[in-house]
Design a binder for this molecule. Structure first.
Ligand code: SAM
Length: 489
């Protein structure tokens, strides 16, 4: 592998005696791992269910190395959202940001969702997660990953962070800033990162990172935690960013990260002790490489938590009012449009009414939150979640479904947020049943003897107790309603 001289010089200076060990690490393969989605299944249950030979990632309680023969990307349990495939050192940042149930958490550079999915699991369906990425194509992958893992208490945004900071001043209890970086920790795994590095190295990324961390500070409530991470080694993108940030913001303090023997301490670049920062190096641990710094904003967070930043800001309050008005107008316009295209008997049927009819087949308390419609789409927002005006949302809460020609079609996201216990009609098949792979490929599947006797209408297709998607019973067959964009190829 041709590593740039400038990069090798940087590593030599940084690592001293350990430099040959670092170089030697390139003669070993990169590590493959998965992280159990504890929002759906406990680690113990997952280990019992899977026959794979899994070896724990020692510093992440729900991380496991797998053998390539297992091919977990093609297994039905992956499609059921039971785990996420992630490089082991990339599991570290989300595992080290303090998250409590009910928190408001922001993942500022979240796509494709490796860390956001873990943050969501740790919220356990409470509070809210704002998962943002400036790139709308990458944010679509983020949305898919969050929905596949059954996350519903979320806003997925594709926004410039400065804009978010205007809407959410001092709003979040916890922020993960997994900053765009030169990706030196990816060189062994993705060779293309080397040519990207040659185009945009540490000095190109550092100003971007410094802007992002300031914007994150604006959105962090007093007493809240900010975790800054990168998948690069360079001091320019790591310690120097943190050092300058701490100099500029004396209300921020560097905190220790829950330890692991393989972590290497941060390196002092100025006068400040930065040993509480963590470097993950591939010659010290079975991971590719990361950097993290956990920071806390001083002050009494409790008082502020009662008055959210967005609620205090009169300009935003005003925008919110307008947003409500606009929403109502949109709804009325959509309703009129629909009514024009409908038969007499259909006219006047509210999309919410159709959705409620469908939801009467579910067993969960929908009164804890609220529904809203945008054109023909119906969404559900958990309690306390409020969209803001002027933000580019890809998703606001749980997408419930669509009203098409007066008929309600439940969404793929709704299927993933349900369980076999919370839907009336369920076909639960073991992962080994050949119908499961056929269902995931978009094919019609047969109903076996004794299955779904006397049932009709919508069915929730599950594997080993976890939903995959919907189908519709048609005689002895199930019409496939698995979301076409997620099909197994
Ligand atoms: N946290 C992600 C995960 O674990 O899957 C990986 C994030 S990746 C290191 C950095 C991301 O930052 C990219 O998806 C990129 O599109 C996004 N990005 C770059 N500049 C940004 C900006 N100014 N604001 C928000 N996101 C940005």
């Amino acid at each position: 592998m041709e590593l740039p001289m400038e990069f090798l010089e940087q590593m030599k200076n940084m690592l001293g005696e350990a430099y040959p060990d670092y170089l030697e690490s390139f003669s070993h393969p990169a590590h493959s791992a998965l992280r159990v989605n504890t929002g759906k299944i406990s680690v113990e249950e997952f280990r019992q269910k899977t026959g794979w030979n899994l070896r724990p990632v020692p510093w992440v309680s729900n991380g496991f190395y797998y053998e390539d023969a297992a091919n977990p990307a093609k297994h039905p349990h992956y499609y059921a959202g039971l785990y996420y495939l992630q490089e082991p050192s990339a599991m570290t940042p989300a595992s080290r940001l303090p998250v409590k149930e009910g928190d408001r958490i922001l993942d500022l550079c979240a796509a494709p969702g490796g860390k956001a999915t873990e943050l969501a699991a740790r919220l356990k369906g409470t509070g809210m997660l704002v998962a943002n990425d400036i790139s709308s194509s990458r944010a679509r992958a983020l949305l898919k990953n969050l929905e596949m893992q059954g996350v519903e208490n979320m806003f997925v945004t594709t926004e410039e962070p400065g804009r978010l900071a205007q809407i959410y001043p001092e709003f979040f209890d916890g922020i993960l800033l997994d900053a765009p970086c030169s990706g030196e920790g990816m060189f062994r795994k993705e060779k293309t990162m080397i040519s990207y590095w040659k185009e945009h190295g540490p000095s190109w990324y550092a100003p971007v990172q410094k802007t992002l961390i300031r914007q994150a500070w604006q959105m962090l409530r007093p007493g809240g935690y900010l975790l800054y991470s990168t998948c690069t080694f360079s001091l320019t993108e790591n310690e120097e960013v943190i050092d300058e940030f701490l100099e500029e913001f004396p209300d921020m303090e560097l905190c220790p990260v829950a330890p692991y023997e393989g972590f290497a301490p941060g390196i002092t670049v100025g006068k400040r002790d930065l040993s509480d920062c963590v470097h993950i190096f591939p010659h010290r641990m079975e991971g590719e490489g990361h950097f993290l710094a956990l920071l806390r904003k001083s002050g009494d967070g409790k008082q502020r938590e009662m008055l959210s930043g967005a609620g205090r800001n009169p300009e935003i309050k005003e925008n919110r009012k307008k947003s409500g008005k606009q929403e109502k107008q949109n709804l009325q316009a959509a309703q009129q449009k629909r009514n024009r295209g409908r038969k007499e008997s259909d006219a006047g049927k509210d999309p919410l009414e159709s959705a409620r009819e469908f939801l009467s087949h579910t067993r969960r308390d929908w009164n804890a939150g609220k529904f809203f419609c945008r054109q023909d789409q119906v969404y559900y927002l958990s309690s306390g979640m409020e969209p803001a005006e002027g933000i580019r949302y890809l998703r606001t809460g749980l997408w419930i479904g669509t009203v098409k020609k007066g008929r309600f079609e439940p969404s793929q996201a709704l299927a993933m947020a349900l369980t076999p216990e919370t839907f009336d009609v369920v076909l639960d098949l073991p992962a080994e049943d050949e119908r499961i792979l056929r269902y995931l490929k978009g094919e019609t599947i047969g109903i076996g003897e004794g299955e779904l006797d006397g049932k009709n209408g919508w069915v929730l297709v599950c594997t080993d107790g976890f939903p995959l998607g919907f189908g519709k019973i048609a005689g002895a067959m199930i019409k496939n309603k698995y979301y076409a964009g997620w099909r197994m190829v």
